[in-house]
Design a protein around this ligand. Structure first.
Ligand SMILES: Cc1ncc(COP(=O)(O)O)c(C=O)c1O
Length: 527
């Protein structure tokens, strides 16, 4: 059915849906996506018409036809609203408020999950979702739909579809993260870009004399390497003083983090220095641990830190993300890591009340410069914006799982802890932190006899596991402390759990390490 015919049919049969659609420019699969949920709110006897055809990418149309309404980020205080478009048009979001009925069909089955991830290299135990995330087949298909729509008539797409599509995605994210206003939410390529946006503004403040040379920026020692480089480029170079919060590892409680953070702020404020920015990870990358961001933001406020930026690259889909609770000025999370979007898309939240809100700019300057970060970010030149447009389809995918994103998060957490404990029991080692300090990733100690004694050893062992055992897992080197026994744990693997993982993935890893230990392998043997 063509899009036009479908719209006509919708207007006659589903006037409410049509009303919601006429303000927007939806893809064929999105229109169908809006209609299917309405069917699901009716009992079988209520059907006046045969159900509409299923969109092509669906692996199991019969199941999907009755799948209930996507939650569209309804967890937080969702009020009916019309979001103003920057150009004065409005988007009607009434589709958020179609009443929900209990789900009539089973949730996504294991075999459907397998078919959604059939493009994965099935011969490899992928227990590293944390690095690059994953994207199900139905979302890849939805992305393709958007790409084709653009290629079909680029001018029409640019003038009539792109802005509304991005606004729709931003609105969903705004509700999901409990932001105050959609203008606080921008879509950018990734957390690296988001960090550049925030740090660039700090660089300007130094350059324009609003900050004094020697004013401080505080970050965690475990901040992501690329973000540290960004701090070097925008802050150190401009004359800022950078303070690292040293954190112990392994960790046993949040207090250890809070105490070290307080100490670092004290150092930052010595000699009358101002702390202009704190960069706090929500989930550190390597080693991974969930940081008590809410407490640390509160401490920053008490200690008069000017601005707080939370680098939460891993957070959405992995741990709780609530802007009003966390209270940071800036917060970014990738959508392509734990939220099933294709690469690459992240949101950047900038609190409206933050004093610098209007001085934030995308580092790639284009026509929209000066129209607010969210609008600037919506056009940074001709390129593929499809990853930003599939967010509504991702919500539909997520809604096929029991409990939606909350259910996914909880099951991933429980499973990764169980698998982590299974591994450390098998190897006689330890976890890197207690289960309540991790989300969907956890650090597991590797046997000391593997002789991991540098970052390079970690990289070589990782490559060996990939090439000889087909296990993909990143490894962290932790230098032994003074007086620590030789042969104690010096390497930790970061294991992830996402919906596509099975217990066999972790057994493969366990057996690979057991084999290496049995064979008397040490890292010194690797070229
Ligand atoms: C804490 C943290 N920050 C930033 C990034 C960068 O993410 P991206 O490469 O998507 O920009 C990562 C990536 O793993 C990360 O773990």
């Amino acid at each position: 059915m063509s899009s036009l015919l479908l719209r006509k049919w919708t207007s006659q049969c589903y006037p409410e849906v049509f009303k919601a659609l006429i303000f927007s420019c939806l893809s064929l699969s999105e229109i169908l996506g809006r209609i299917r949920p309405i069917h699901s709110t009716l009992s079988h006897g209520d059907f006046l018409l045969p159900p509409p055809p299923s969109p092509s990418p669906s692996p199991s149309p019969s199941l999907q036809t009755l799948t209930h309404l996507p939650s569209m980020a309804s967890h937080h205080h969702h009020h009916p609203q019309e979001d103003p478009e920057p150009n004065g048009a409005t988007i009607n979001n009434n589709h958020h408020h179609i009443p929900k009925k209990p789900k009539l069909t089973p949730f996504i089955s294991d075999s459907e999950i397998c078919s959604e991830f059939a493009h994965h290299d099935l011969g490899t135990a992928r227990i590293n979702n944390g690095s690059f995330g994953c994207c199900p087949g139905s979302i890849i298909a939805a992305q393709r739909d958007w790409q084709l729509q653009y290629l079909k008539q680029p001018d029409h797409f640019y003038f009539n579809c792109l802005r509304t599509g991005i606004l729709r995605s931003r609105t969903i994210i705004k509700d999901l993260i409990n932001a105050e206003h959609v203008d606080e939410v921008s879509l950018v390529d990734n957390a690296t870009t988001a960090a550049a946006i925030i740090l660039q503004q700090i660089g300007w403040a130094f350059a324009e004399g609003r900050f004094q040379k020697g004013d401080a920026v505080v970050m965690l020692h475990y901040a992501y390497g690329a973000v540290k480089k960004s701090i070097e480029a925008y802050v150190s170079r401009a004359g800022g003083y950078v303070i690292e919060v040293q954190l112990p590892f392994p960790l046993s409680s949040n207090d250890e983090i809070v105490n070290e953070f307080r100490k670092a702020l004290e150092r930052g404020k010595r000699n009358g220095r101002r702390v202009r920015l704190a960069v706090i990870d929500h989930i550190t990358s390597m080693p991974c641990v969930v940081i008590p961001v809410k407490e640390l933001v509160k401490i920053c406020r008490e200690e008069a830190v000017d601005q707080v930026f939370v680098d939460a690259a891993h957070a959405i889909g992995c741990t709780d993300v609530d802007m009003k609770e966390i209270g940071a000025d800036f917060y970014t999370s990738n959508l392509h890591k734990w939220f099933f979007c294709p690469p690459s898309v992240a949101f950047l939240y900038c609190r409206k009340l933050a004093s610098t809100h209007s001085d934030l700019h995308h580092p790639v300057v284009s026509h929209e410069y000066g129209n607010g970060l969210a609008i600037e970010s919506g056009w940074i030149g001709t390129r593929d914006y499809s990853a930003q447009l599939v967010v509504p389809s991702v919500m539909e995918f997520i809604d096929r799982f029991e409990g939606g994103i909350e259910g996914i998060k909880k099951r991933n957490h429980d499973a990764v802890v169980e698998m982590g404990e299974m591994l450390v029991n098998a190897w006689g080692t330890n976890l890197g932190c207690p289960p309540d300090m991790c989300a969907s990733m956890i650090m597991v100690g590797l046997p000391g006899c593997l002789g991991i004694s540098s970052d390079l050893d970690c990289l070589k062992l990782r490559t060996h596991l990939r090439e000889s055992f087909r296990v993909e897992v990143p490894i962290y080197y932790r230098a032994p402390k003074d007086g620590e026994e030789i042969g104690s744990v010096s390497g930790y693997a970061r294991i992830s759990h996402q919906v596509y993982n099975t217990v066999d993935d972790y057994y493969r890893f366990r057996d690979a390490i057991n084999q290496l230990v049995h064979d008397g392998f040490t890292c010194a043997l690797l070229p």
